[in-house]
Design a protein around this ligand. Structure first.
Ligand code: HEM
Length: 409
Protein backbone atom coordinates (compact mmCIF):
# COMPACT_ATOMS: atom_id res chain seq x y z
CA UNK A 1 0.00 0.00 0.00
CA UNK A 2 1.29 3.49 -0.81
CA UNK A 3 1.42 5.79 2.20
CA UNK A 4 -1.98 7.37 2.87
CA UNK A 5 -2.22 11.09 2.21
CA UNK A 6 -4.13 13.69 4.19
CA UNK A 7 -7.27 13.26 2.10
CA UNK A 8 -7.23 9.47 2.68
CA UNK A 9 -7.45 9.77 6.46
CA UNK A 10 -11.21 10.09 6.86
CA UNK A 11 -12.21 7.54 4.17
CA UNK A 12 -9.65 4.95 5.33
CA UNK A 13 -10.03 5.28 9.09
CA UNK A 14 -12.30 2.47 10.25
CA UNK A 15 -11.92 0.80 13.67
CA UNK A 16 -14.48 -1.82 12.62
CA UNK A 17 -12.25 -3.17 9.87
CA UNK A 18 -11.34 -6.84 9.93
CA UNK A 19 -8.83 -6.61 7.11
CA UNK A 20 -5.60 -6.04 8.97
CA UNK A 21 -4.38 -3.68 11.63
CA UNK A 22 -1.34 -2.70 9.54
CA UNK A 23 -3.49 -0.54 7.25
CA UNK A 24 -4.95 1.31 10.22
CA UNK A 25 -1.48 1.75 11.70
CA UNK A 26 -0.34 3.38 8.45
CA UNK A 27 -3.35 5.68 8.41
CA UNK A 28 -2.64 6.76 11.98
CA UNK A 29 1.06 7.27 11.24
CA UNK A 30 0.12 9.55 8.32
CA UNK A 31 -2.32 11.44 10.57
CA UNK A 32 0.30 11.97 13.27
CA UNK A 33 2.59 13.45 10.65
CA UNK A 34 0.22 15.55 8.53
CA UNK A 35 -3.04 16.13 10.38
CA UNK A 36 -2.76 15.03 14.02
CA UNK A 37 -6.41 15.80 14.77
CA UNK A 38 -8.68 14.82 11.86
CA UNK A 39 -12.44 14.41 11.56
CA UNK A 40 -13.86 10.92 11.13
CA UNK A 41 -17.26 10.89 9.41
CA UNK A 42 -17.72 7.30 10.56
CA UNK A 43 -17.24 8.07 14.27
CA UNK A 44 -18.64 11.61 13.98
CA UNK A 45 -15.68 12.65 16.10
CA UNK A 46 -12.27 14.27 15.85
CA UNK A 47 -9.60 11.56 16.06
CA UNK A 48 -6.66 12.71 18.20
CA UNK A 49 -3.50 10.83 17.23
CA UNK A 50 -0.46 12.39 18.94
CA UNK A 51 0.62 11.50 22.47
CA UNK A 52 0.89 15.09 23.73
CA UNK A 53 -2.63 16.00 22.54
CA UNK A 54 -4.16 12.78 23.91
CA UNK A 55 -2.43 13.38 27.24
CA UNK A 56 -3.60 17.00 27.41
CA UNK A 57 -7.20 15.94 26.90
CA UNK A 58 -6.96 13.13 29.47
CA UNK A 59 -5.55 15.54 32.03
CA UNK A 60 -8.31 18.11 31.50
CA UNK A 61 -11.55 16.24 32.32
CA UNK A 62 -13.48 19.49 32.91
CA UNK A 63 -13.05 20.38 29.21
CA UNK A 64 -13.12 16.81 27.90
CA UNK A 65 -16.06 15.12 29.62
CA UNK A 66 -16.38 11.35 29.90
CA UNK A 67 -20.17 11.32 29.77
CA UNK A 68 -21.03 9.19 26.72
CA UNK A 69 -17.48 7.87 26.58
CA UNK A 70 -18.41 4.46 25.24
CA UNK A 71 -20.26 5.59 22.14
CA UNK A 72 -22.46 8.19 20.54
CA UNK A 73 -25.99 8.50 21.98
CA UNK A 74 -28.19 5.55 20.90
CA UNK A 75 -30.90 6.05 18.26
CA UNK A 76 -34.39 7.00 19.49
CA UNK A 77 -35.89 3.48 19.36
CA UNK A 78 -33.04 2.06 21.44
CA UNK A 79 -33.02 4.96 23.89
CA UNK A 80 -36.74 4.30 24.51
CA UNK A 81 -36.11 0.63 25.29
CA UNK A 82 -33.30 1.44 27.73
CA UNK A 83 -34.86 4.50 29.38
CA UNK A 84 -35.08 4.22 33.16
CA UNK A 85 -33.96 0.60 33.12
CA UNK A 86 -30.35 0.71 31.90
CA UNK A 87 -28.48 3.62 33.50
CA UNK A 88 -26.45 5.87 31.26
CA UNK A 89 -22.71 5.71 31.72
CA UNK A 90 -20.95 2.55 32.70
CA UNK A 91 -18.96 2.06 35.87
CA UNK A 92 -16.64 4.98 36.40
CA UNK A 93 -15.61 5.24 32.78
CA UNK A 94 -18.62 7.32 31.83
CA UNK A 95 -18.87 9.48 34.95
CA UNK A 96 -17.57 12.99 35.61
CA UNK A 97 -16.71 14.49 38.99
CA UNK A 98 -17.82 14.50 41.74
CA UNK A 99 -19.79 11.28 41.15
CA UNK A 100 -16.66 9.60 39.75
CA UNK A 101 -14.39 10.33 42.75
CA UNK A 102 -16.87 8.87 45.24
CA UNK A 103 -16.64 5.42 43.76
CA UNK A 104 -13.10 5.31 42.47
CA UNK A 105 -11.51 4.85 45.89
CA UNK A 106 -13.64 1.77 46.60
CA UNK A 107 -12.63 0.18 43.32
CA UNK A 108 -8.98 1.17 43.58
CA UNK A 109 -8.66 -0.67 46.89
CA UNK A 110 -10.52 -3.72 45.53
CA UNK A 111 -7.98 -4.02 42.71
CA UNK A 112 -4.82 -2.87 44.50
CA UNK A 113 -1.47 -4.55 43.90
CA UNK A 114 -1.81 -6.28 47.28
CA UNK A 115 -5.20 -7.73 46.34
CA UNK A 116 -3.85 -8.82 42.98
CA UNK A 117 -0.86 -10.54 44.61
CA UNK A 118 -3.29 -12.48 46.81
CA UNK A 119 -5.17 -13.59 43.69
CA UNK A 120 -2.07 -14.88 41.86
CA UNK A 121 -2.00 -18.49 43.16
CA UNK A 122 -5.65 -18.95 42.25
CA UNK A 123 -5.05 -17.56 38.76
CA UNK A 124 -2.06 -19.88 38.29
CA UNK A 125 -4.07 -22.93 39.34
CA UNK A 126 -6.92 -21.97 37.06
CA UNK A 127 -4.69 -21.40 34.06
CA UNK A 128 -2.90 -24.71 34.60
CA UNK A 129 -6.24 -26.54 34.84
CA UNK A 130 -7.51 -24.83 31.70
CA UNK A 131 -4.41 -25.82 29.72
CA UNK A 132 -4.41 -29.39 31.04
CA UNK A 133 -8.04 -29.80 30.03
CA UNK A 134 -7.45 -28.91 26.37
CA UNK A 135 -6.82 -31.55 23.72
CA UNK A 136 -3.31 -32.22 22.39
CA UNK A 137 -2.73 -32.48 18.65
CA UNK A 138 -5.63 -30.32 17.47
CA UNK A 139 -5.63 -26.51 17.38
CA UNK A 140 -7.41 -24.70 20.21
CA UNK A 141 -8.58 -21.11 20.30
CA UNK A 142 -6.44 -19.15 22.74
CA UNK A 143 -9.21 -16.55 23.06
CA UNK A 144 -12.26 -18.70 23.79
CA UNK A 145 -10.46 -21.67 25.38
CA UNK A 146 -7.94 -19.85 27.57
CA UNK A 147 -8.01 -16.05 27.77
CA UNK A 148 -11.76 -15.48 28.07
CA UNK A 149 -12.52 -18.28 30.55
CA UNK A 150 -9.70 -17.11 32.82
CA UNK A 151 -10.44 -13.38 32.70
CA UNK A 152 -14.19 -13.95 33.10
CA UNK A 153 -13.81 -16.24 36.10
CA UNK A 154 -11.44 -13.79 37.77
CA UNK A 155 -13.72 -10.76 37.39
CA UNK A 156 -16.87 -12.74 38.21
CA UNK A 157 -15.20 -14.03 41.40
CA UNK A 158 -14.24 -10.51 42.44
CA UNK A 159 -17.68 -9.05 41.78
CA UNK A 160 -19.56 -12.04 43.17
CA UNK A 161 -21.50 -13.40 40.19
CA UNK A 162 -22.55 -17.02 41.02
CA UNK A 163 -21.02 -19.75 38.86
CA UNK A 164 -24.42 -20.90 37.58
CA UNK A 165 -25.23 -17.50 36.06
CA UNK A 166 -21.86 -16.73 34.47
CA UNK A 167 -22.57 -17.93 30.93
CA UNK A 168 -25.67 -15.77 30.76
CA UNK A 169 -23.92 -12.74 32.22
CA UNK A 170 -21.10 -13.17 29.69
CA UNK A 171 -23.46 -13.33 26.69
CA UNK A 172 -25.45 -10.30 27.84
CA UNK A 173 -22.28 -8.37 28.61
CA UNK A 174 -20.87 -9.04 25.12
CA UNK A 175 -24.11 -7.79 23.53
CA UNK A 176 -24.29 -4.75 25.77
CA UNK A 177 -20.64 -3.92 24.95
CA UNK A 178 -21.39 -4.10 21.24
CA UNK A 179 -24.54 -2.00 21.58
CA UNK A 180 -22.41 1.03 22.45
CA UNK A 181 -20.93 1.22 18.97
CA UNK A 182 -23.87 -0.41 17.15
CA UNK A 183 -25.11 2.70 15.35
CA UNK A 184 -21.59 3.63 14.23
CA UNK A 185 -21.00 0.03 13.10
CA UNK A 186 -24.16 0.26 10.98
CA UNK A 187 -26.07 -2.60 12.62
CA UNK A 188 -29.77 -2.66 11.63
CA UNK A 189 -32.56 -1.84 14.07
CA UNK A 190 -33.57 -5.47 14.72
CA UNK A 191 -30.01 -6.36 15.58
CA UNK A 192 -29.72 -3.33 17.86
CA UNK A 193 -33.00 -4.23 19.58
CA UNK A 194 -31.68 -7.72 20.30
CA UNK A 195 -28.55 -6.21 21.83
CA UNK A 196 -30.67 -3.76 23.84
CA UNK A 197 -32.73 -6.67 25.16
CA UNK A 198 -29.53 -8.29 26.44
CA UNK A 199 -28.65 -5.01 28.14
CA UNK A 200 -32.02 -5.10 29.92
CA UNK A 201 -31.55 -8.71 31.00
CA UNK A 202 -28.04 -7.96 32.26
CA UNK A 203 -29.16 -5.01 34.35
CA UNK A 204 -32.23 -6.81 35.71
CA UNK A 205 -30.16 -9.81 36.78
CA UNK A 206 -27.57 -7.51 38.32
CA UNK A 207 -30.24 -5.60 40.25
CA UNK A 208 -31.53 -8.93 41.62
CA UNK A 209 -28.03 -9.94 42.66
CA UNK A 210 -27.47 -6.64 44.46
CA UNK A 211 -30.76 -7.05 46.33
CA UNK A 212 -29.83 -10.61 47.33
CA UNK A 213 -26.49 -9.37 48.76
CA UNK A 214 -28.26 -6.78 50.89
CA UNK A 215 -29.76 -9.51 53.03
CA UNK A 216 -27.08 -12.13 52.48
CA UNK A 217 -23.64 -10.49 52.17
CA UNK A 218 -20.65 -12.45 50.87
CA UNK A 219 -16.91 -11.89 50.51
CA UNK A 220 -17.24 -10.02 47.22
CA UNK A 221 -17.20 -6.55 45.68
CA UNK A 222 -20.98 -6.14 45.59
CA UNK A 223 -21.11 -6.67 49.36
CA UNK A 224 -18.09 -4.38 49.91
CA UNK A 225 -19.76 -1.57 47.96
CA UNK A 226 -23.02 -2.08 49.86
CA UNK A 227 -21.10 -1.96 53.15
CA UNK A 228 -19.37 1.30 52.11
CA UNK A 229 -22.76 2.68 51.16
CA UNK A 230 -24.33 1.61 54.48
CA UNK A 231 -21.46 3.21 56.41
CA UNK A 232 -22.29 6.36 54.45
CA UNK A 233 -18.74 6.73 53.27
CA UNK A 234 -20.07 6.28 49.75
CA UNK A 235 -23.64 7.55 49.30
CA UNK A 236 -24.80 5.95 46.10
CA UNK A 237 -28.11 6.46 44.29
CA UNK A 238 -29.66 3.21 43.04
CA UNK A 239 -28.94 3.91 39.37
CA UNK A 240 -25.26 4.58 40.06
CA UNK A 241 -24.99 1.43 42.11
CA UNK A 242 -26.58 -0.58 39.32
CA UNK A 243 -24.37 0.93 36.63
CA UNK A 244 -21.20 0.08 38.50
CA UNK A 245 -21.02 -3.67 37.97
CA UNK A 246 -22.01 -4.39 34.34
CA UNK A 247 -19.34 -1.94 33.18
CA UNK A 248 -16.84 -3.64 35.41
CA UNK A 249 -17.61 -7.06 33.94
CA UNK A 250 -16.92 -5.73 30.46
CA UNK A 251 -13.86 -3.65 31.43
CA UNK A 252 -12.48 -6.58 33.39
CA UNK A 253 -12.62 -9.37 30.84
CA UNK A 254 -12.67 -8.07 27.27
CA UNK A 255 -9.57 -5.89 27.61
CA UNK A 256 -7.63 -8.45 29.60
CA UNK A 257 -8.50 -11.34 27.28
CA UNK A 258 -7.24 -9.28 24.36
CA UNK A 259 -4.01 -8.38 26.14
CA UNK A 260 -3.48 -12.09 26.78
CA UNK A 261 -4.02 -13.22 23.18
CA UNK A 262 -2.00 -10.34 21.78
CA UNK A 263 0.90 -11.27 24.06
CA UNK A 264 0.55 -14.94 23.11
CA UNK A 265 0.60 -14.08 19.41
CA UNK A 266 3.82 -12.14 19.90
CA UNK A 267 5.37 -14.85 22.04
CA UNK A 268 4.48 -17.91 19.99
CA UNK A 269 5.48 -16.25 16.74
CA UNK A 270 9.05 -15.80 18.03
CA UNK A 271 10.23 -18.97 19.82
CA UNK A 272 13.52 -17.43 21.00
CA UNK A 273 11.55 -15.06 23.20
CA UNK A 274 10.26 -17.92 25.36
CA UNK A 275 13.46 -18.37 27.32
CA UNK A 276 13.33 -14.75 28.38
CA UNK A 277 10.13 -15.22 30.31
CA UNK A 278 11.72 -17.18 33.17
CA UNK A 279 12.81 -13.81 34.52
CA UNK A 280 10.05 -11.82 36.31
CA UNK A 281 11.23 -8.42 35.14
CA UNK A 282 11.46 -9.49 31.49
CA UNK A 283 8.05 -11.13 31.68
CA UNK A 284 6.56 -7.87 33.00
CA UNK A 285 8.30 -5.91 30.24
CA UNK A 286 7.01 -8.32 27.62
CA UNK A 287 3.41 -7.73 28.72
CA UNK A 288 4.00 -3.98 28.91
CA UNK A 289 5.40 -3.75 25.37
CA UNK A 290 2.42 -5.75 24.13
CA UNK A 291 0.06 -3.33 25.89
CA UNK A 292 1.87 -0.38 24.31
CA UNK A 293 2.15 -1.68 20.75
CA UNK A 294 -1.16 -3.53 20.52
CA UNK A 295 -3.21 -1.29 22.88
CA UNK A 296 -6.26 -3.51 23.51
CA UNK A 297 -8.28 -0.37 24.24
CA UNK A 298 -7.64 1.44 20.97
CA UNK A 299 -9.02 4.70 22.26
CA UNK A 300 -11.86 6.37 24.12
CA UNK A 301 -14.21 9.22 23.31
CA UNK A 302 -14.77 12.47 25.15
CA UNK A 303 -17.31 15.27 24.72
CA UNK A 304 -16.02 18.84 24.66
CA UNK A 305 -17.69 21.08 27.26
CA UNK A 306 -16.14 24.47 26.43
CA UNK A 307 -14.03 26.04 23.66
CA UNK A 308 -10.64 24.35 23.32
CA UNK A 309 -7.84 23.95 20.78
CA UNK A 310 -6.19 20.59 20.14
CA UNK A 311 -3.65 19.74 17.43
CA UNK A 312 -4.42 22.97 15.58
CA UNK A 313 -8.20 22.36 15.56
CA UNK A 314 -10.68 24.65 17.30
CA UNK A 315 -13.27 22.64 19.21
CA UNK A 316 -16.55 23.80 20.73
CA UNK A 317 -19.09 22.50 23.26
CA UNK A 318 -20.74 19.28 22.09
CA UNK A 319 -17.91 18.28 19.75
CA UNK A 320 -16.76 14.70 20.16
CA UNK A 321 -13.13 13.63 20.19
CA UNK A 322 -11.75 10.11 20.00
CA UNK A 323 -8.47 9.93 21.93
CA UNK A 324 -6.47 7.28 20.09
CA UNK A 325 -4.32 5.56 22.71
CA UNK A 326 -2.99 3.05 20.17
CA UNK A 327 -1.75 5.85 17.93
CA UNK A 328 -0.31 7.88 20.82
CA UNK A 329 1.64 4.80 21.89
CA UNK A 330 3.40 4.67 18.51
CA UNK A 331 4.12 8.39 18.35
CA UNK A 332 7.81 8.94 17.58
CA UNK A 333 7.48 12.29 19.35
CA UNK A 334 6.89 10.44 22.62
CA UNK A 335 8.50 6.98 22.25
CA UNK A 336 11.99 6.14 20.99
CA UNK A 337 11.84 3.74 17.99
CA UNK A 338 8.12 3.22 18.62
CA UNK A 339 7.67 0.37 16.12
CA UNK A 340 10.27 -1.80 17.90
CA UNK A 341 9.16 -4.41 20.42
CA UNK A 342 11.86 -3.43 22.93
CA UNK A 343 12.29 -5.14 26.28
CA UNK A 344 14.85 -2.61 27.55
CA UNK A 345 12.82 0.61 27.67
CA UNK A 346 13.87 3.00 30.42
CA UNK A 347 10.31 3.42 31.74
CA UNK A 348 8.37 0.51 30.25
CA UNK A 349 5.05 1.79 31.64
CA UNK A 350 5.35 5.24 30.03
CA UNK A 351 2.49 4.71 27.58
CA UNK A 352 -1.24 5.33 27.46
CA UNK A 353 -2.59 1.79 27.04
CA UNK A 354 -4.21 2.01 30.50
CA UNK A 355 -5.24 5.66 30.10
CA UNK A 356 -4.08 8.51 32.34
CA UNK A 357 -5.51 11.11 34.69
CA UNK A 358 -8.63 10.64 36.78
CA UNK A 359 -9.93 7.83 34.57
CA UNK A 360 -6.72 5.78 34.56
CA UNK A 361 -7.51 2.07 34.63
CA UNK A 362 -8.28 0.64 38.07
CA UNK A 363 -7.67 -2.92 36.83
CA UNK A 364 -4.25 -2.36 35.28
CA UNK A 365 -2.40 -4.42 37.91
CA UNK A 366 -4.92 -7.25 37.58
CA UNK A 367 -4.88 -7.25 33.77
CA UNK A 368 -1.09 -7.27 33.69
CA UNK A 369 -0.95 -10.08 36.27
CA UNK A 370 -3.38 -12.26 34.32
CA UNK A 371 -1.35 -11.87 31.14
CA UNK A 372 1.88 -12.68 32.96
CA UNK A 373 0.35 -15.79 34.53
CA UNK A 374 -0.93 -17.12 31.20
CA UNK A 375 2.36 -16.51 29.40
CA UNK A 376 4.48 -18.18 32.04
CA UNK A 377 2.12 -21.12 32.59
CA UNK A 378 1.83 -21.74 28.88
CA UNK A 379 5.57 -21.75 28.16
CA UNK A 380 6.09 -24.09 31.10
CA UNK A 381 3.31 -26.56 30.29
CA UNK A 382 3.28 -26.32 26.50
CA UNK A 383 6.92 -25.69 25.56
CA UNK A 384 6.32 -26.39 21.87
CA UNK A 385 3.13 -24.34 21.47
CA UNK A 386 2.84 -22.41 18.20
CA UNK A 387 0.35 -20.27 16.33
CA UNK A 388 -1.76 -22.42 13.97
CA UNK A 389 -3.03 -19.70 11.62
CA UNK A 390 -3.36 -15.97 11.19
CA UNK A 391 -5.52 -14.33 13.87
CA UNK A 392 -8.89 -12.88 12.89
CA UNK A 393 -9.52 -9.26 13.80
CA UNK A 394 -12.61 -8.39 15.82
CA UNK A 395 -14.64 -5.41 14.55
CA UNK A 396 -15.17 -3.07 17.49
CA UNK A 397 -15.55 0.62 18.21
CA UNK A 398 -12.78 0.84 20.78
CA UNK A 399 -11.42 -2.65 21.53
CA UNK A 400 -8.54 -3.62 19.24
CA UNK A 401 -8.54 -7.35 19.40
CA UNK A 402 -8.77 -10.75 17.80
CA UNK A 403 -11.97 -12.73 17.44
CA UNK A 404 -9.85 -15.88 17.39
CA UNK A 405 -6.23 -17.04 17.75
CA UNK A 406 -5.67 -20.70 16.88
CA UNK A 407 -2.72 -22.35 18.58
CA UNK A 408 -1.41 -25.93 18.89
CA UNK A 409 0.81 -27.38 21.55
C1 HEM B 1 -5.45 -5.58 30.82
C2 HEM B 1 -6.12 -4.94 30.06
C3 HEM B 1 -6.76 -3.60 30.32
C4 HEM B 1 -6.60 -2.50 29.55
C5 HEM B 1 -5.74 -2.37 28.31
C6 HEM B 1 -7.42 -1.45 30.13
C7 HEM B 1 -7.49 -0.17 29.64
C8 HEM B 1 -8.16 0.87 30.23
C9 HEM B 1 -8.15 2.24 29.78
C10 HEM B 1 -7.40 2.74 28.56
C11 HEM B 1 -8.91 2.97 30.61
C12 HEM B 1 -9.15 4.48 30.53
C13 HEM B 1 -10.46 4.82 29.86
C14 HEM B 1 -10.65 6.30 29.67
O1 HEM B 1 -9.75 7.11 29.90
O2 HEM B 1 -11.75 6.70 29.23
C15 HEM B 1 -9.44 2.06 31.58
C16 HEM B 1 -10.30 2.41 32.60
C17 HEM B 1 -10.86 1.50 33.43
N1 HEM B 1 -10.57 0.14 33.53
FE1 HEM B 1 -9.26 -0.87 32.46
N2 HEM B 1 -8.07 -1.94 31.22
C18 HEM B 1 -7.69 -3.26 31.40
C19 HEM B 1 -8.09 -4.11 32.40
C20 HEM B 1 -9.03 -3.80 33.34
C21 HEM B 1 -9.51 -4.69 34.37
C22 HEM B 1 -9.02 -6.10 34.62
C23 HEM B 1 -10.49 -4.00 35.04
C24 HEM B 1 -11.32 -4.46 36.19
C25 HEM B 1 -10.85 -4.88 37.27
C26 HEM B 1 -10.58 -2.67 34.48
C27 HEM B 1 -11.44 -1.69 34.91
C28 HEM B 1 -11.39 -0.38 34.49
C29 HEM B 1 -12.24 0.67 35.05
C30 HEM B 1 -13.29 0.53 36.13
C31 HEM B 1 -11.90 1.85 34.39
C32 HEM B 1 -12.51 3.24 34.60
C33 HEM B 1 -11.70 4.00 35.58
C34 HEM B 1 -12.21 5.41 35.75
O3 HEM B 1 -13.01 5.87 34.93
O4 HEM B 1 -11.83 6.03 36.74
N3 HEM B 1 -9.70 -2.59 33.44
N4 HEM B 1 -8.96 0.77 31.34
Amino acid sequence: MTAPTESDLDPLFNPFTTSGQEVMDEVLAAAREHRPVFFSSLLQAWVVTRADDVTRALEDPATFSSVGVLGNPPRKEIAEVLAGRVPEGATLIGWDEPQHRRMKSVLVSAFSRRQVRAMMPGMERRTAALLDGLPAGTPVDALTDIALPLSLDVIFDVIGVPAASRDEFFGWSQDWGRLHGAELEGLDLDHQLRLANSALLLHTAMADLIEARRTDPADDLISAVLAAEAAETVPLPAQELLSLFPGLIFAGHETTAQLIVRALARLLGTPERRELLADDDTLARFVEETARLDSPVGGMARTVTRPARLGGVDLGPGDRVFLHFGSANRDPGAVRDPEDFALDRKVPTAHLAFGRGIHACVGAALGRAEAQVVLRTLVTRWPDARVAGPPELQPHYFIRGFSSLRITR
